[in-house]
Design a protein around this ligand. Structure first.
Ligand code: C2E
Ligand code: CA
Ligand code: CA
Ligand code: CA
Length: 281
């Protein structure tokens, strides 16, 4: 459905009424989903590139819809962003993820160093209550701030760079880490990147796909890892599916990796199993 501005509701246009109605229904549906606990969080391992040991997990939301089945975030995040429900949904994911990390920490000493990554949406990033929400999620769960990484995309930063730097600074003052997600797909300039108080660069899967076969992908990933080192930022390669990609990325010097090769998004019990069967660091 096309995004309708607030004022569009006041104008009667039969051609628009369907999409407006659909949007309104979807909003109600999503509100009910939140109230009735239909959302779930899965956790995908992030591993140390050299040892392949799990060092963290990324929280990825799903919607277990009573009629439509298990929905991918691609099918509802954009709508939630447009109708504003991404703010309460994102807060729920954040709180859920922090509580889950606390639970793993209580369940096994193997989770002592585990970090958790949570995605922020553009609207959440602009929301004035974000820093308070993050502080409350951390203290309510009782987890150390430096075990939480918030992922933001380049486009979110570039919309208003001054405001973004201020928000990033406030988040960092809490002690959380910050990652730029889908790095390389946005349009951030290097001079901006230098100013950003960011700790981690996540290299987008679109570059990782050809890192072992396509010389230009290889050169780009190599440059991004070099940039990370120059700026003292950690690098994480996303979407690693093969051993060939893994060994090339390891040789390039990428710090961490994520992808189906190491593990798909999984439930809390599966992650606990992974943690307890690998040697303690
Ligand atoms: P993302 O943040 O770039 O997350 C990585 C996506 O790539 C995930 O899809 C993950 O399952 C998938 N992936 C990981 N490794 C591989 C691989 O080796 N091969 C392939 N083909 N895919 C892989 P998912 O879970 O469907 O999430 C899609 C996007 O939805 C995320 O992309 C993120 O932008 C958004 N999203 C997910 N959860 C949240 C959330 O809680 N809040 C917000 N704002 N966005 C979220
Ligand atoms: Ca992400
Ligand atoms: Ca990503
Ligand atoms: Ca991506």
């Amino acid at each position: 459905a096309k995004r309708a501005g607030r004022n569009a509701y006041a104008v009667f246009d039969p051609s628009m009424s369907r999409s407006v109605l659909e949007e309104a229904q979807q909003r109600v549906d999503m509100e009910r989903g939140l109230a009735e606990d239909q959302f779930e969080v899965l956790y995908q391992p992030v591993v140390d590139m050299r040892t392949r040991r799990v060092t963290g997990v990324e929280a990825l939301v799903r919607w277990r819809h009573p009629e439509r089945g298990l929905l991918s975030p691609y099918s509802f995040i954009a709508a939630a962003e447009a109708n504003g429900l991404i703010v309460p949904l994102g807060r729920w994911v954040l709180r859920r993820a922090c509580a889950q990390l606390a639970r793993w920490r209580a369940e096994t000493p193997a989770a002592a160093h585990l970090k958790i990554n949570v995605n922020l949406s553009a609207r959440q990033f602009q929301y004035a209550g974000l820093v308070d929400d993050v502080a409350a999620a951390l203290s309510d769960a009782g987890i150390p701030a430096n075990h939480l990484t918030l992922e933001i995309t380049e486009s979110m930063l570039m919309a208003d760079i001054t405001a973004a730097i201020e928000t990033l600074g406030a988040l960092r003052s809490l002690g959380v880490s910050l990652a730029i997600d889908d790095f390389g797909t946005g349009y951030s300039s290097l001079s901006y990147l230098k100013q950003l108080p960011v700790d981690i660069i996540k290299i987008d899967k679109s570059f990782v796909d050809g890192v072992d076969t396509d010389p230009s992908d290889h050169a780009l990933v190599n440059a991004m890892v070099g940039l990370g080192k120059a700026l003292r930022m950690q690098t994480v390669a996303e979407g690693i599916e093969t051993d060939a990609q893994w060994s090339v990325l390891r040789r390039i010097g990428c710090d961490h990796g994520q992808g189906y090769l190491f593990g798909r998004p999984a439930d809390h019990a599966t992650v606990l199993g992974l943690l307890t069967t690998q040697d303690l660091p």
